[in-house]
Design a protein around this ligand. Structure first.
Ligand SMILES: Cc1cc2nc3c(=O)[nH]c(=O)nc-3n(C[C@H](O)[C@H](O)[C@H](O)COP(=O)(O)O)c2cc1C
Ligand SMILES: [Mn+2]
Length: 475
């Protein structure tokens, strides 16, 4: 059964031992963020802070909700120890059969309603997440809903937002993200863009909000598909947008055209502070509604493994696997190492003809998601792409430094890529590379190096005998 709200998800995490409750009071200024950061780097459990300094008891913060594959599996209603490939397969299934949300008249997110002068963003214990952050970030694990002015399409995505004052926030709105494409249309018309932010929705909503769902497709329908039942949505108080009815906090308002205020810096997904303080669009808040004793969700992007790394590792790999199979490429496995912050992908493949690695790389880079992956390692199908010992071995021994390295300049880059120069970050100029670790097709069978591994260097009978007698050898 899918979770009806974030609170049911917390119960499931407690039951499986994947959530740690901190009863001691913690400071919203850095202390909670530092505890979460250590949790990410140690792949620890999610953290529920029961008491935040300056805030009434009951105003909890839930940190790192999806920062492990175990927690993502639990969110998808799977056993916590599901394998990477099992989660990928589940994601593949869920996205195939969208289910439209149902509109409800009443829901927990309306337990308290604050409109106009009653709006105060400081009512919630927003964190200063990282040392160096430009302010208190209220929105780091949520969805932001905006409607395309030219159609009925409503987009839900996870885009950070920092508090400027009691009723305004600022955030990064990138032109290649769906919110950026939609906002550009409002700016062209010189009209404000209505928005609604749902903080702490049930977990599949946050997962899909941060995944690459195609342009023009409503994430709400895909969420229904993954849940196997429709999401309940409810109308906002001050605009016509619909939000998940069981969310903990809803923030409504509009983003005027062309207005900018300095926002940032913020610790970002590549594992560095990035983007600096810069003029960015302004969220004017017209209403806040929330559950009683609301739980504020928070992520802590930085050195892996955080929510972003886990979500992207599954959603990118699943989408790209589908694209590669659709293109008829004989791939046998795919893995996006969460340690690489979406900058690297590993694909294993059969090689029935020459040039497979080129076709794989071109196919990946031709998609919206894949365009954001500058490095691809392509290995033979006897290498498990999710086993870094095997991948490093293939890279070190099967990849020719000249013949196997294919560099492409002037690709789509972006401002958060740490190794790009300031100039290239400003203009979004990137560079890509793929490392072909497959054997050349013009080498004869005799020329091909023979791998000395248990499964490659012994006859089947010897392998079976050894495996069957393993205990008898005294191991
Ligand atoms: C915790 C977290 C924070 C994120 N913050 C941002 C952000 O501030 N800006 C952004 O463009 N993408 C951000 N992303 C990535 C987007 O959510 C992701 O690219 C998603 O696909 C965007 O939705 P869209 O495809 O509908 O534009 C974040 C992801 C996560 C997991
Ligand atoms: Mn979208």
């Amino acid at each position: 059964m899918p979770y009806k709200d974030f609170r049911e998800f917390i119960e499931a995490l407690i039951k499986s031992g994947d959530l740690h409750q901190v009863n001691k009071e913690v400071d919203w200024n850095l202390e909670a963020g530092a505890i979460m950061r250590k949790g990410c780097e140690e792949i620890g459990p999610a953290v529920l802070f029961d008491k935040i300094k300056d805030y009434p008891k009951g105003y909890k913060v839930a940190g790192n909700p999806l920062a492990s594959f175990r927690r993502l599996a639990i969110a998808l209603d799977m056993p916590p120890d599901s394998s990477y490939t099992e989660i990928l397969n589940r994601y593949d299934e869920g996205k195939k059969k969208p289910v439209k949300p149902v509109l409800v008249k009443d829901g927990p997110c309306k337990e308290e309603i604050h409109i106009g002068d009653d709006v105060d963003l400081y009512k919630f214990p927003a964190l200063i997440v990282h040392g160096g952050d430009g302010g208190r970030y209220l929105c780091t694990w949520h969805i932001t809903a905006t409607k395309d002015p030219d159609s009925e399409w409503v987009n839900w995505g996870m885009y950070r937002a920092m508090i400027h004052n009691k009723n305004t926030m600022g955030g990064i709105i990138l032109p290649f993200q769906h919110i950026g494409m939609i906002y550009a249309k409002y700016e062209k018309r010189s009209e404000p863009m209505p928005f609604a932010i749902a903080i702490a929705p049930e977990p599949v909503t946050a997962f899909i909000g941060a995944s690459n769902i195609p342009y023009g497709v409503s994430e709400a329908d895909i969420i229904g598909g993954h849940r196997g039942e429709p999401l309940s949505v409810i109308k906002c108080e001050t605009n016509d947008l619909l939000v998940p009815a069981t969310s903990e906090i809803i923030i409504e308002g509009e983003i005027p055209p062309y207005e900018r205020l300095p926002e940032g810096p913020f610790g970002e997904f590549p594992g560095y502070e990035a983007g600096g303080k810069a003029p960015r669009p302004v969220y004017h808040v017209t209403a806040i509604t929330n559950r009683k004793n609301p739980i504020l969700t928070a992520s802590n992007m930085g050195m892996p493994i955080d929510d972003c790394d886990v979500i992207n590792s599954i959603s990118y790999a699943s989408d790209l696997r589908s694209e590669l199979i659709k293109s008829g490429l004989p791939i046998t496995g795919i893995y996006m190492p969460p340690e690489c912050c979406t900058f690297m992908l590993v694909v294993s493949t059969k090689t029935p003809y020459s040039g497979i690695a080129h076709r794989i790389a071109s196919c990946v880079w031709g998609t919206k998601g894949g365009a954001a992956i500058p490095k691809i390692i392509i290995v033979e199908d006897d290498v498990d792409p999710s086993n870094m010992r095997e991948v490093f071995h293939a890279f070190a021994t099967a990849h020719h430094p000249v013949r196997g390295t294919h560099i492409i300049s002037n690709t789509q880059g972006h401002s958060l890529i740490p190794y790009l120069s300031q100039h290239d970050r400003t203009y979004g100029i990137g560079a890509n590379v793929f490392y072909d670790c497959t054997w050349p097709k013009d080498w004869s069978k005799e020329e091909l190096p023979k791998k000395q591994s248990f499964k490659d260097a012994y006859p089947k009978e010897t392998q079976e005998k050894v495996l069957n007698n393993w205990r008898e050898y005294g191991f």
